[in-house]
Ligand binder design. Structure first.
Ligand code: EPU
Length: 337
């Protein structure tokens, strides 16, 4: 077990924070060994995956940081059109998607290029361009952090919601996901309806894209809008898109007829937080250290030299001004540590 490790390389915002203890898990057996150590019994712990969805708000983490790094991708069943693929938690998510697309397997292509690791994907049910992880998720294996016992969670047991699952709600902090099984297919219809996917493809002269062409288009669309964490610190969308009551939406729509929106089940309406933040005047705002990304207002960025608390303060100011202008509360998607 290492001591006093700087977590700067392990969080995509790139903030400095020191972990009292740090363990790299390359094999699930190493978890069993870790659970028996006196340090594990006495200290609190933090599971770290890609560190793409966390905000470190303290300079010192007084406990053990457990980095999931176990690797491996294998086909566990291949029957007719369906293929079940098992990926270990430490696999890089965008690389995993790329490999599945290269194999001609459908089901995760619209989730291309989302930074992170496989094990973290179910926790917040990652989603993009009309697809969510839950659509191809069959089951995952997880280990109880208190008892060390393994448990399999099927799709239903994960209680997936919009950027949410049981691992973020009822069982928060209680399990570590060690592998995920995906139900993929050898053939499927591509999802091209979201946003500018179709128009982007037709600009390239592609009207009937292949799986690979769709994958590459999504990578390009994301690159154009979202900052690369290796260049500018960020954690993707900082806030969730708020879901409001239809009555509230109708009143707002009279004042803002151009307000983008998506109908949700049970008469509710989802409004893009990026639009609200932009209308509140924040897009491109920055000080020396942190700011609101100029191409996508939902993304808060760290230019260097700042701290997690600079982001906390900025997020609070944005929340307050969106609330004041629209009467809508926006909540973070990112986990505060
Ligand atoms: N918009 C603005 N100004 C902005 C940003 C967005 O007016 O600065 C408007 C756009 O014009 C569009 C609408 O808001 O009408 C939606 O924008 P976009 O399609 O970019 O998607 P989003 O709702 O802002 C969500 C996800 C992203 C995901 C995209 C594409 C959440 C919290 N975010 O963003 O996920 O990539 O859709 O599917 O649901 C992430 O979770 O980290 C993430 C990047």
């Amino acid at each position: 077990m290492k001591t006093n490790i700087n977590l700067q390389p392990y969080n995509s915002f790139g903030f400095n924070a020191t972990a009292k203890y740090f363990v790299d898990i390359n094999d699930t057996k190493e978890l069993d060994r870790l659970f028996k150590t006196p340090e594990y019994k006495n200290e609190k712990h933090l599971i770290l995956s890609g560190g793409n969805n966390i905000l470190l708000t303290k300079e010192f983490f007084d406990g053990i940081v457990i980095l999931m790094n176990n690797k491996g991708i294998k086909t566990v069943a291949d029957e007719g059109n369906q293929v079940i693929v098992r990926a270990q938690a430490g696999e890089d998510w965008p690389e995993f998607v790329k490999k599945m697309v290269e194999k001609g397997l459908y089901g995760v292509e619209n989730l291309a290029h989302i930074p992170g690791k496989v094990g973290a994907a179910p926790v917040q049910n990652i989603g993009a361009y009309g697809m969510e992880l839950k659509d191809s998720f069959l089951k995952c294996e997880a280990v109880n952090l208190e008892t060390g016992r393994k448990r399999v969670f099927d799709n239903k047991e994960c209680v997936f919601g919009y950027r949410s699952s049981i691992f973020k709600t009822m069982l928060r902090g209680q399990y570590v996901i060690t592998s995920v099984d995906f139900r993929l297919t050898k053939n499927a219809e591509l999802k091209l309806e979201y946003g500018n996917i179709r128009s982007y493809l037709s600009e390239q002269g592609i009207n009937e894209p292949s799986l690979q062409q769709l994958h590459d288009a999504i990578c390009a669309i994301r690159d154009a809008k979202l900052p690369d964490p290796k260049a500018i610190g960020n954690a993707g969308s900082f806030f969730k898109n708020p879901v409001i009551k239809a009555e509230q939406f109708e009143i707002l729509q009279q004042q803002y007829p151009e307000m983008p929106h998506y109908d949700e089940p049970n008469g509710k309406v989802k409004v893009p937080a990026g639009w609200l933040i932009e209308q509140a005047g924040w897009k491109g705002w920055h000080d020396e250290h942190v700011g609101v990304y100029e191409k996508q207002a939902l993304v808060l960025v760290h230019y260097g030299g700042g701290s997690g608390n600079d982001i906390v303060t900025l997020a609070q100011r944005i929340q307050a001004s969106v609330k004041e202008k629209f009467g809508i509360t926006i909540n973070p998607e990112v986990n505060f540590i």
